[in-house]
Design a protein around this ligand. Sequence first.
Ligand code: FES
Length: 105
Amino acid sequence: MPTITVTQRSGQAQDIVIPAGVSLMEGLRDAGVEETFALCGGYCACATCHVYIAVDWAPKLPAPSEDEEDALEGCGHRTRQSRLSCQVVFVEALDGLQVRIAQED
Ligand code: FES
């Protein structure tokens, strides 16, 4: 199964396995990464699942939807690598993805 490297706010990095077909948020949550709170349950409404996608990987993801862009606008720590992990469907081609948990707003 595909593996990603996630860096938590502390700087600690870990590899986790995520099955294809689930959202990145679900994969992080199921792996016990508790820094993605996902308060709205993945409905693109809370932005508490905010992550930064590594520069090399960001262009490989589908562009954010208008709803995701709207939700990201409220994030004080938004960067060009910002995505809402609940809106990124994980696929095999993302094996090796590098993600960092965003600063909490
Ligand atoms: S879980 Fe709420 S916006 Fe992603």
